[in-house]
Design a protein around this ligand. Structure first.
Ligand code: DAH
Length: 355
């Protein structure tokens, strides 16, 4: 018993010291290793006189448990301390930016759409939207373009089903139909968005952008159309005066119909809008055909108005000096960085559109 007590006292005092993991492990071997002091005492149990054996074994077990749990505790303590020291040393300063902060740019087409919306909102137009996947009725039939009408072939339509009932809209004009079907006149809306035709070269992309305009009320005539477009073109190109020419044309959904050209000249290799004697076609328009109004349950005897469709990409190219339409859809970051706009500088009429 005195042996056991001695070992206990001796090791309890050893374990009180500040110890390293290696030191603890060697204490562990000293006690419980193959020839360790406790292990050796266990080997003597058989030779202890029978009368004392039970108490001896019980004492030995008690001390073994006591020392073992003390050692485990110490090991845990040291390990926690080491992990904490390591964490302290390896701290990452997450407040440091990885790279200098670069702000993204607004694509010139988005910028142009924002500018157009801002200009028309100043004279009371609201913005409507329609889906890119449209039905045949809204895209053609309701717009007075029945089956086998030649205008259907001209549109190079992407059909999405065999029956040719679902398609990618070929123009933004179906938004006229959607708007008039869901509300009552008067209507004064624009509808910018994506349009699709199976056509691709330097001046045509299979996906492009248009903005539709529609103004229906009781006494709307072609003079209003002219005034509205005149205002829009001046505001958009940020010029005092423009030259504008209405050329008779044909669209199934308007009567009469016209295409509008604007005058320009090339000066020092740059296009100047509003001067010179060259003409550039920028939009189609006309007075909404009575058949279209009937199709959306608007009485053509009471209401009439005008509509127009403008190619947005063409306008953006003109205003911002971009000469290949395909660059819009290349996703070239360098190009976007050069031609893109500051996202925090939202275009407004009073603060300036594109500065
Ligand atoms: N939807 C026509 C097109 O894509 C453009 C157009 C012409 C729209 C005359 C109109 C309009 O609203 O009145 O070619």
């Amino acid at each position: 018993m005195s042996d056991i007590k001695n070992i206990r006292d001796q090791f309890l005092s050893k374990l009180k010291n500040e110890l390293s993991l290696d030191e603890i492990n060697s204490i562990k071997t000293e006690l419980f290793g193959k020839n360790g002091q406790i292990s050796s005492l266990f080997k003597t149990v058989g030779s202890i006189p029978e009368s004392d054996r039970k108490t001896f074994a019980a004492d030995l077990n008690k001390i073994k448990d006591e020392l073992q749990s003390l050692i485990s505790e110490k090991i845990k303590e040291i390990e926690t301390k080491e992990v904490n020291q390591k964490l302290e040393k390896e701290k990452v300063d997450i407040t440091l930016p990885e790279r200098p902060f670069v702000r993204g740019k607004i694509h010139p087409v988005s910028q142009t759409i924002d500018e157009i919306s801002s200009i028309f909102s100043e004279i009371g137009f609201s913005v409507e939207e329609g889906p890119d996947v449209e039905n045949e009725y809204n895209n053609f039939t309701a717009l007075n373009t029945p089956d086998n009408h030649p205008a259907r072939d001209m549109h190079d339509t992407f059909y999405l089903d065999e029956n040719k009932e679902v398609l990618l809209r070929t123009h933004t004009s179906p938004v006229q139909i959607r708007t008039m079907l869901k509300d009552k006149p008067p209507f004064k809306i624009i509808a910018p968005g994506r349009t699709y035709r199976s056509d691709s070269d330097q001046t045509h992309a299979p996906m492009f952008h248009q903005v539709e305009g529609l103004h229906i009320d009781k006494d709307i005539n072609m003079g209003h159309l002219k005034g509205c477009l005149n205002y829009f073109i001046k505001e958009f190109f940020e010029v005092e005066k423009i030259k504008m020419r209405f050329r008779p044309s044909h669209f199934p959904f308007t009567e009469p119909s016209a295409e509008v050209d604007i005058g320009y000249e090339i000066r020092d290799g740059k296009i100047v809008i509003g001067e010179g004697d060259q003409w550039l076609e920028i939009l189609g328009c006309g007075m909404v055909h009575p058949n279209v109004l009937k199709n959306v349950k608007v009485d053509p005897a009471k209401y009439q108005g005008y509509a127009f469709g403008i190619g947005i990409d063409r306008l953006a190219m003109l205003k911002y000096g971009i000469n290949d339409l395909r660059a819009f859809f290349d996703c070239d970051y360098r190009w976007l960085n050069h031609f893109g706009f500051d996202p925090l500088d939202v275009p407004t009429n009073y603060r300036g559109l594109s500065r």
